[in-house]
Structures are given as C-alpha cells and as structure tokens.
Design a protein around this ligand. Structure first.
Ligand code: FAD
Length: 106
C-alpha cells in the first residue's frame, strides 16, 4: 500500500473533520449518507489490512449517526481501537471536539 502512516494521518484528519461538520440534529437522509460513507470508506480504504480490521470493527460496533456528538465519539473510539492495536496512547474522547472543531481551551 501507499505510505500507511501519511495515509492514516490524512484520513483521520478527514474523518474527524467530517464528524466536526456533521449536524447536531441530522435528518434521516444525512444519517443514511454518513452510514453509506463509512461503509464505502471501509471497503475502499487503500491500506487493505487496515480496511479489513476497520470493517470488522464496524460489524461489531455499529456506526452511531443520531447526532454530531454520537458520530464524533464513535469515530474517536474507532480511532482508539487502532491506537491500541499499534501500541499508541489512547485519546480522551471527551476532547475530540476541542481537537477537531473548537480548538484547544486555555
Ligand atoms: P494518527 O493516529 O494518525 O492521529 C492523528 C492525530 O489525531 C493525532 O496527532 C491526535 O491529535 C489525533 N488523535 C489521536 N487519536 C485520536 C482519537 N482516538 N480521536 C480523535 N483524534 C485522535 N496503521 C497501521 O499501521 N495498521 C492499521 O491496521 C491501521 N489501520 C487504520 C485504519 C484506519 C481506518 C485509518 C484511518 C488509519 C489506520 N492506520 C493503520 C494508520 C494509523 O491509525 C495512524 O494514522 C498512523 O500510524 C499515523 O499515526 P500518528 O501517530 O501520526 O497519528
């Protein structure tokens, strides 16, 4: 596959940014769109062993799309699953909006 680290950093930036712009109260169509997006993303992600694990994760942990809060937390947990697998530090998911939406406080 291409550079798995650069691809990963870029992709998480895109995924968390999509979560940060997802509506607080998404319409049924917006909820369907985000489910479809995550599902297709997990099948076309161009790191095949990453994609396999991500698909398995989605099967066990259904994507949460009822609100921005729910989707952002879900994405953060999915990212933490990969962090654990790679032996990286887990991220505090209470802080995902500060990191990806509002900017750090203080
Ligand atoms: P990244 O993990 O890329 O994180 C970028 C930034 O996001 C961090 O600096 C931090 O500020 C923030 N962040 C960290 N954790 C969270 C979180 N939980 N929630 C919100 N923000 C957070 N690599 C492999 O080697 N094997 C794999 O199987 C694999 N699977 C992947 C599956 C997917 C779907 C994706 C998108 C990437 C995958 N990667 C995989 C790549 C891997 O996750 C990292 O992107 C890569 O190792 C570079 O890591 P990094 O330390 O630069 O930070």
């Amino acid at each position: 596959p291409p550079d798995v680290e650069l691809l990963g950093r870029s992709s998480w930036t895109l995924l968390h940014s999509i979560a940060a712009s997802y509506p607080a109260n998404p319409s049924p169509i917006q909820q369907e769109d985000i489910k479809t997006f995550v599902s297709i993303f997990s099948r076309i992600y161009p790191c095949w062993f990453c994609a396999d694990d991500f698909q398995a994760y989605i099967k066990k942990n259904e994507v949460q799309v009822k609100s921005q809060e729910a989707f952002g937390k879900w994405m953060c947990e999915a990212h933490n699953e990969v962090n654990r697998k790679l032996g990286k530090k887990e991220f505090d998911c209470n802080l995902w909006q500060q990191r990806w939406k509002d900017g750090w406080k203080g």
